[in-house]
Write a protein that binds this ligand. Structure first.
Ligand SMILES: NC(=O)c1ccc[n+]([C@@H]2O[C@H](COP(=O)([O-])OP(=O)(O)OC[C@H]3O[C@@H](n4cnc5c(N)ncnc54)[C@H](O)[C@@H]3O)[C@@H](O)[C@H]2O)c1
Length: 319
């Protein structure tokens, strides 16, 4: 059983990281929770309002590629575990220019692996269903399915995953990988599908759907993802991969309609634009291993969780 102790969360000022920090502060056995975040356009210090009033919370602004800084922070704060979430995370941006994606997602993960190994500290790498590429219905990717990324974002995450697996195999380094489907929840940057569409709907502007809007994603509440990472941390073995999904496949147009319904806006706001190049049709993960290994299942139903999140994001975006 891996312990928590003093935890470093990279990317903790982002969407999922800021939820994970809240979960960690409620866990037994947690000492300090140190967030290292570069505060890129996607990182927001205000995402940590609340947790930052906890005396165990610490924040450092910096880059995961800054090996000297990461080593110094780890030593100074006596870090005993790393949850690595820092990433460039928006597919469209990676299509425009992959440079930052390679630097942060690939090189940054490589740097953290080196520092973690030198310090003898376990690391959980938070990855994505996108590494498998498009999965034909009704198939589901298992953890050993071949990696077949379509975008530079997905390729950079796959590269990071492979570095983690290599470290586990070569050095028996204590690394685990989690791969999750699309998250919904509060504090998501409004370039991503759900908050972006909410922002448009609030202004009565058209919601631009890529292509026919029939691309399928499997949506999970961010709290279920965080619970999964914590469970994987506790019981996962060196080099293991675990999947999380909400078991809730929806088309993008279906999500857009649910948003309009929750905000009582007309479906006539739906519009279609040219499809994204290399756009994957469907992602889908098999989560049987996480159920068998540590009894993980999603707890938040889309029917209950989604309207709450739409209302929360709408309130954030109105401010
Ligand atoms: N959002 C999803 O649906 C989803 C699904 C599966 C996996 N993931 C993975 O979860 C992790 C978090 O995703 P998110 O949606 O919260 O992303 P996000 O873009 O909201 O947050 C990323 C955070 O990382 C920080 N960051 C970026 N580059 C950095 C660097 N070089 N050094 C330090 N900090 C840096 C940013 O400032 C930001 O706070 C990512 O690794 C992503 O690949 C996300």
């Amino acid at each position: 059983m891996r312990r928590l102790g003093n935890v470093l969360v990279t990317g903790g000022a982002g969407f999922i990281g800021s939820s994970l920090v809240r979960h960690l502060l409620r866990q037994e056995g947690v000492g300090k929770v140190l967030v290292l975040d570069k505060l890129t356009y996607a990182g927001n210090r205000a995402n940590l309002d609340g947790p930052d009033r906890d005396p165990r919370f610490l924040f450092a602004e910096g880059d995961v590629n800054d090996r000297g800084l990461v080593s110094e922070l780890m030593e100074r704060e006596g870090i005993t575990g790393i949850f690595h979430l820092a990433a460039e995370s928006h597919v469209d941006r990676s299509i425009e220019d992959s440079t930052d994606f390679i630097a942060t997602n690939v090189c940054g993960t490589g740097t953290l692996l080196e520092v973690a190994r030198a310090a003898g500290v376990p690391l959980l790498h938070c990855s994505t269903d996108e590494v498998y590429g498009s999965i034909e219905s009704p198939g589901k990717a298992k953890e050993d399915a071949p990696l077949n990324p379509s975008s530079a974002y997905a390729a950079s995450k796959a590269g990071a995953d492979l570095l983690c697996l290599a470290a586990a195999r070569t050095h028996r380094q204590d690394v685990i990988i989690t791969r999750c489907t699309n998250n919904y929840g509060p504090r998501q940057y409004p370039e991503k599908l759900i908050p972006f569409f909410i922002k448009k709907a609030l202004r009565d502007e058209p919601l631009p759907l890529y292509g026919d809007g029939l691309q399928i994603r499997d949506w999970i509440h961010v709290d279920d993802h965080c619970r999964g990472m914590l469970a994987a941390w506790k019981t996962g073995k060196v080099g293991q991969i675990f999947h999380f999904s909400g078991h809730c496949e929806r088309t993008n147009i279906g999500i857009a309609r649910s948003i309009l319904d929750a905000l009582r806006k007309p479906h006539s706001l739906l519009s279609h634009v040219d499809d994204r190049p290399g756009h994957d049709r469907r992602y889908s993960l098999d989560t049987e291993k996480s159920l068998m290994w540590f009894g993980w299942q999603p707890e938040v139903s889309f029917k209950e969780g989604f309207p709450d999140v739409v209302r929360a994001l709408a309130a954030e975006l109105r401010d």
